[in-house]
Design a protein around this ligand. Structure first.
Ligand code: IPE
Ligand code: IPE
Ligand code: MG
Length: 249
């Protein structure tokens, strides 16, 4: 096994722990509404939940954690809510990057950083800086999907392959699943073993359409700000009991 950030891990038997967990962190707005508070209050609480879940994923020996932070469709929300989310994003990286780096976490942003609307240059810089600073880290692979769309990611991969073919670097016959996966944002990461969605919605919302092909789904009614280390343990326990067949018998 590769060198890890710390060694308080592998509490479950080998194979029972998913290598790659993806999370659709949903329900911040409803969490706030239940408390008679603005949606932004829920997003703030959501960031705190995220901090705890990252640490616990690392402690459980999960190799890669991919979280859905902001979809390409989330720009449809009010300017106020989008502004608050982008503010939290900047604050998150300002506050957490040193610690994540110390903990040997490698950060990768999945999504179109260049395509973020004007006025978010500080956010763009913070995202690029987080990736650059942590790129050689060997601990938890933390992937943050931001301005991300699964369909767009697949179309982008097709485009990039077409460009390579047009440049004469690749023959059309050489376009196979490995070549295709290499052009996805998740190139080099293991396939997703476990997908968690909080707040009970039974849909993918354009998340990792390619990578989830054989993932196990775990949906909980818990709203994201209430999701914690115990909740992650419950999801991993449920995963450990699944029988994965991959089309076999
Ligand atoms: C998830 O919570 C956070 C983001 C999408 C950024 P929501 O904001 O979608 O909360 P609900 O689903 O409206 O409760
Ligand atoms: C998915 O949640 C996106 C993120 C968690 C960032 P949404 O709240 O945007 O999804 P829908 O609109 O309920 O499908
Ligand atoms: Mg939602």
């Amino acid at each position: 096994m590769e060198k890890r950030g710390n060694d308080t891990r592998r509490s479950a038997p080998e194979g029972a722990t998913p290598r790659h967990v993806a999370i659709i962190m949903d329900g911040n707005g409803r969490w706030a509404k239940r408390r008679g508070m603005p949606r932004t209050f829920g997003h703030k609480a959501g960031v705190e939940a995220l901090r705890a879940v990252i640490r616990h994923a690392d402690a459980r020996g999960i190799e890669a954690l991919t979280i859905y932070a902001f979809s390409q469709e989330n720009w449809k929300r009010s300017a106020e809510e989008v502004g608050a989310l982008m503010g939290l994003l900047l604050e998150y990286f300002t506050r957490e990057l040193d610690e994540l780096h110390r903990e040997n976490v490698r950060i990768l942003i999945l999504g179109d950083i260049d395509g973020m609307p004007a006025g978010l240059e500080r956010q763009q810089r913070a995202l690029r800086d987080a990736m650059a600073r942590t790129r050689n880290n060997t601990g938890l692979k933390l992937n943050i999907a931001l301005n991300y769309g699964g369909r767009q990611e697949i179309v982008r991969a097709a485009q990039r392959l077409c460009e390579r073919v047009a440049r004469g670097e690749l023959s059309p016959q050489a376009v196979d699943s490995a070549a295709f996966e290499n052009e996805l944002y998740t190139a080099g990461l293991p396939p997703v073993d476990l997908l968690i969605r909080t707040s009970g919605e039974l849909r993918l919302s354009n998340f990792l359409l390619y990578q989830l092909a054989y993932a196990e789904f775990y949906v909980t009614d818990t709203l994201w700000p209430d999701f914690d280390a115990d909740a992650l343990d419950r999801a991993i326990d449920a995963y450990a009991k699944r029988e994965r067949r991959f089309g076999g018998v």
